[in-house]
Design a protein around this ligand. Sequence first.
Ligand code: SF4
Length: 429
Amino acid sequence: MTGAVLASDTARQARFPVQQERGQRAVFCGLTSIIWLHRKIQDAFFLVVGSRTCAHLIQSAAGVMIFAEPRFATAVLQDKDLAGLADANEELDRVAAQVIARRPEIRTIFLVSSCPSEVIKLDLGNAAQRLGEIYGGRVKFVDYSGSGIETTFTQGEDRCLESLTAQLPADTSDKLSLMVCGTLPDVVEDQFARIFEQLGIGPVRFFPARNSDDMPPVGSNTRLLLAQPYLGDTARALINRGAQLLAAPYPYGAEGTSAWLQAAATEWGIPASTFESVTAAPRARAEHAVAVQTRTLAGKRISFLPDSQLEIPLARFLQRECQMELGEIGTPFFDQQILAGELPLLPEGLRITEGQELDDQLDRVRQLQPDLTVCGMGIANPLEAEGLRTKWSIELVFTPVQGYDQAGDLAGLFTRPLLRKAQLGAQIW
Ligand code: SF4
């Protein structure tokens, strides 16, 4: 289906209409998220079962990262596999054995399916079970899908963590525990861990953990705080295992970080005076750092094309803390459950579009002429050539942006293209 229809959900329409679009899309697939997942889970190996296209995609995405020893690879399906002339399962067993022999420190191997492996119906779920039995728990095998032209790149992490959720141990403790869900850079995770400790909230566990043996338990006393706004399926899988989701805005900017921490503090019954004494200084530093960038951002108009699923929380941060004007906010998926903490903070009448019909969206960007458009890498160059300033949305996933100490850097990511425009002079475009 092509074109726009108004979403029928009356709750969504209460404060702003959510347009739905279906048509041509321009996004990376879920394989891309292997780049940050493999850096986070330090004893994991990601084995993509795919084609040369999949291998090229990962290499291109990895090209924007610096790493010493990658822990991912693509088992490239050959013509005879696709024609069913070879036993792909035998090949897979051989490749897995090779990885384990070469990298004895690996404790989890993720078998990641792709469009080609799904087309030939290679069952990686069965393969993960078979290999898990062969290696007797010494190495865990987890399968998930990284494929999809109807998906977006952050969904790769959602599918990975959803699949991993099934293997988390049960938490039988009668004590409350906090699970922070979503891959965060280690430096940000350490900052949050310190603040939770100062507040007296704990035990706090991060999912995914840095090592396979430290993955958190889950149960009815688990309180779940999402650190990333694209983990709807993971959240629902954790809820099915007893966890309770704490509704909160995402920790972008001073306000978002405070509200995110407050959700946990309220659940733990932390006194307001304690919360204030722990958060006042870092919040003031964050507000000051954002204010410096706001001098450039205030009054500028920004639009988002649907790409990373970070669009709505970022729009809230840029409008409320950086005084930017919001144009159209496109998001690949509008998941009310995981956006529940964000929606009350959005301005009335905001135009939100769920899904994509690329040509129509580009026409609206041209008509609106925003000062900045956040979009995928493939769309940025043509818009720049037309004189519009852009920001690659993928940078926002690869850069530490959550928490008080990163609030100024987050605002700075949006300032830079505008300053570059000022330095170059708009007339040369
Ligand atoms: Fe591979 Fe499909 Fe992703 Fe293309 S869209 S890189 S074929 S998984």
